[in-house]
Design a binder for this molecule. Sequence first.
Ligand code: ADP
Ligand code: MG
Length: 908
Amino acid sequence: SPVALFDAANPAATPAWFREAAESMQLGTAVAVRLEADGQVVGMVAAGAVARGRLGAEALHLLTSVAGPLAMIIERARVVTSLREQTQRTRAVLDILAALGPRESIEEVAGPIAEALRAMYSADHCAVSALDDGLATLVGIDSDIAPWEPGHTVEVAKLLGPVPPAGTVVHVFANLAAAGEEIPEISAVARDNGLRSSMRVLVGTPAEPLGLVTVGACQPGRYTEADARQLAQIVQPLAVAIAYFRGQQEAERRTGRLETTNRILTRLSAGGTPEHLARGFLAECRHLFDARHGAVLTFDAGLRTGRHLAIDTTVASVAEGMELPLEQLHAARLIRHAAPQIIADVRFEPALHARHHRLIAAGLHSVIRAPLVVHDTVRGAVSLWAEGTGRFTVEDAELLGTLTRPLALALEKAAALESLGESELKYRSLVAQAEEMIFLFDSVTHRLLDANNFTARALGYEPHELTNLRIDDIATLTPEELATSLATTLSDGELHISDSQFRRKDGSLIDVDVVESLVAYGGRQAILVLARDVSERKALMRQLVQSQKMDSLGAMAGAVAHDFNNLLTTILGFAGLLKRSPNMDAEERENLALIEDAARRAADLTGRLLSFSRGGLVRFGRVDLRTVVEDTMSLAEPTLHASIATTVSLPEASVHVEGDAGQLQQALTNIVLNARDAMPEGGSIAISLAVEGPVAVVTIADNGPGMDEETRMRIFEPFYTTKPAGSGTGLGMAITYGIIQGHHGDIAVESQPGVGTTFTISLPLYHDNEPGGPADMFNAGEGNLVLVVDDDAMVRRTTTATLAELGYNVVEAPGGATAVEIVRARPDRFSVVLLDLVMPGMTGSETFRALTAIRPDLPVVVCTGYAADSHIDTDVKRRIAGLVQKPFTAERLARALEAAGARPTRRR
Ligand code: ADP
Ligand code: MG
């Protein structure tokens, strides 16, 4: 019972929760009422007198009547306090999101965040590390006690301690000095430097940790578990940045490797003596694999000896041309097992030779080697030595294996040519058949002397036209650049130019990799050019790098926004409830407005991040693209200045695609507005729609200033902008990209500086062969209950409270299974279901199907903080009665429910 009466004459009659208090105050009589809110005890109100018999039923009645309002006030005070904490958190998160803007490196992001966190927790130390492959690299630090600089790397175990964390909170130490031996190694160093309080949290999840953040103070007892949990939530947006820069590094490394590989292949096809080929190959490989010693060996036909064809080294060990018995060559093992080998520590190899000891003494302990195989026999080997142990990976071995195949063939060809005494005939047929451009030009007159057929084909000329050309007609270099490159070839005998371009007869350009070498031709100096067309490969590579980057970014943005939106739903929900409370003073109201404002801004940002991650929450249906284009232009036109002319060309018939009209319109609008921004002096924008086979194609072209290569390549990156600070967010094109991806379409951009920019969007046409057409008839029925299904208890509580305010009667379910049970028991009692999409156990889509199987006309409004496409199935998308994006306000919720046919049972 929540009431108690105390009489000193008969204490045993008083319930235990009050007896002790009354007795300790030596009261004669006393009465008490427990204060409860939401079924939880939040306090107690009591009155007592020294004299016996002074208080009775009347006093108890009075207390009981004030208990209700008192409990409410206490509960409200508690909510306000928790809101204050949440505002603080929201501010910190906004700071962090701001730091995620256009930055060049993870250090530029993490540095300011470390400073912000240190200030926020009044700490003496804050450090941010990025985790990769068992190593933690310090990327941001603001500390008075730690001696480390960004870039400092340690094993992750030294930060985590022996036991891997189960949640995002790694540990909280109230007093490091008293913590004993079990503290992680790095924390012990910090302790020796004076740190006492420390909390450390994970960025990402325990299963996929991306970073660590540590906050510490010299005073003991500063941080609690709750502080650490808060910190863990605040730093989650960092996951986006870490994943992004990690992806970018990887992409750069791959691009570098592809380029070198490409160069090696070009060099090999240029031909030359075996020694020359092997030397060129080694020089590139040493660079590619970051090795300090490399050798190419050939074995004699009887497999008794091996010769060092070429050596490229920083440590003299053996001379080129030196011949050794196979027993002394480790690489001879490749004869029995013809596949690349990785030796993590060569010191454990048996039968080391004196020259091996010289290399080992220089610190080279890692070795990788691959066989040179021609017609299934091992003819030689390539080996590379690098500093330290365990330096080479399986990927390295595969790459070396790939590169040695063409080397083996080139060596074979070169040896054959040598032994033939450079038979003119052989040479001719080789050149004629080559699938590469091979031509000769005069070093003085620049006139082409000879060329193979492939040159004519690649450049778009008839073979007989070529000898009328000069190198200046083909190369895109300026006369000065051409003169310099010729001078180099003349003096060095050879020149390699990657990243070059040739001009075709029709004026178009192709990307080429070029090797020039000096040759004697009929008594004069001529230059032999070997060039391969790499346009296609370059384009592919750019696409690959771009899509990799966008993918990792999208996934992380989606994940962060999901958690963040649940938090914002709670904040906005409670703020909305409080706002309607009558007894609030002016200052409280002002604070509340601040909270709401901060939360809205945060919601706006996550909303934009989400639309990038996969085009936001999409309600799929049949959309006529003609209407989308028309609406886009009629909305955009008033914002265009008079000096911009627009043309719209549309087909006669409708063009149906599957998707969300609002989103598609936003995608097009972003492009049109960019075109406007690019042409402040005026110009024209042409938008057209056409059907090409199974796809609808929208092109939007402007004749503005266009973009340089760098901008064109980065245009879809979030936060990439060339506009002055304050006027561009760099999110427009990222969102457009996300939306088109979300619609299973493609977007491409072509641009030439000074000419203009054209965007081409293609979207698959609508097919009406999937099950479950649009459910246009919902029946809110006789029922008046709203069923709220959400796994997050806080979100459920706010939603229910908000709905109650709006006049709805609510039933809650913490998951799909419970929801199905509830609906099955009384299918007709519900007017609408509010369904969260991402839940453990039964997913939103599964729950949807189970619920509508019970009652097909039950309106279901989907509500989610996520937007990834995978979370909602296409057939479900078509059949939902509406959707609300978290975080939602009371107004939006009300609108969505009314649109679904539900009506409140009580008036507000
Ligand atoms: P924002 O408009 O905020 O800068 P966007 O993602 O919309 O961000 O665009 C990124 C950048 O792409 C712009 O800053 C601009 O440099 C370039 N850009 C986009 N469209 C055009 C265009 N039609 N002409 C020239 N540059 C463009
Ligand atoms: Mg823009």
